[in-house]
Design a protein around this ligand. Structure first.
Ligand code: HEC
Length: 184
């Protein structure tokens, strides 16, 4: 009788254990996919806000611009790449498996994104009034990061650049990462 009870208990416990062991990782995997997709969508909304202000500078409001830059700052860098720390077998995810193989490249793009967001935040802080022409790209100004592609190394180089140029580098970083690491 005692043994049976023990066996039942043990059976129950290991069943619970098995459920936890199988349920936990997949729940976490779903969470991380949902989380990173939500973050990506928030960044897309923020980028759209900033885009609208460069398109028509009359829409520029430093506080909103800064808030949008901060939305991207707070979801890029390590926050972003840690959401892609391990492969998740989730049909909802469009992340490609090469993220793990090309870890450094992926992480660098995430960090570049953060650098650009930080530079945009600073531009908003430095320009609390109407958008000055210094924030805009000059006609004919070369797009992209020159020989460095989308990667601009120094904070100094970024702060010397018109914010609109930084914004273009930012959008190129989104695209570069998606082309290489996202399906479709
Ligand atoms: C370092 C790489 C990387 C960068 C940089 C990046 N993304 Fe993504 N993004 C991804 C990956 C990978 C996915 C697919 C995630 C998934 O489905 O699990 C994704 C998905 C998305 C999605 C779809 C979300 C959904 O609901 O499925 C949007 C929108 C998006 N990104 C916008 C942006 C914007 C805007 C930027 C730049 C401001 C950006 N991303 C920068 C890698 C990146």
């Amino acid at each position: 009788m005692r043994r049976t009870l023990f066996e039942n208990m043990f059976g129950l416990l290991s069943a619970v254990g098995a459920v936890l062991m199988t349920a936990a990782p997949s729940a976490v995997a779903e969470d991380v996919v949902a989380l990173r997709q939500t973050d990506m969508k928030a960044m897309a909304t923020a980028a759209k806000t900033i885009f609208g202000m460069f398109k028509d500078p009359a829409n520029y409001k430093a506080a909103e611009f800064q808030k949008a830059a901060d939305t991207i700052r707070d979801r890029s860098g390590g926050v972003l790449f840690r959401h892609f720390a391990s492969e998740v077998a989730n049909p909802q995810s469009k992340a490609m498996p090469n993220i793990l193989e090309e870890r450094e490249r992926f992480d660098r793009l995430a960090n570049d994104l953060r650098d650009y967001a930080v530079a945009l935040d600073a531009a908003a802080q430095n320009n609390p009034g109407p958008m000055p022409s210094g924030m805009r790209m000059k006609p004919g100004e070369a797009m992209g990061g020159g020989p460095l592609g989308t990667h601009v190394r120094s904070e100094q180089a970024l702060s010397a650049m018109p914010a609109e140029h930084v914004f273009h580098l930012m959008l190129q970083t989104c695209t570069t990462c998606h082309v290489r690491f996202r399906t479709d």
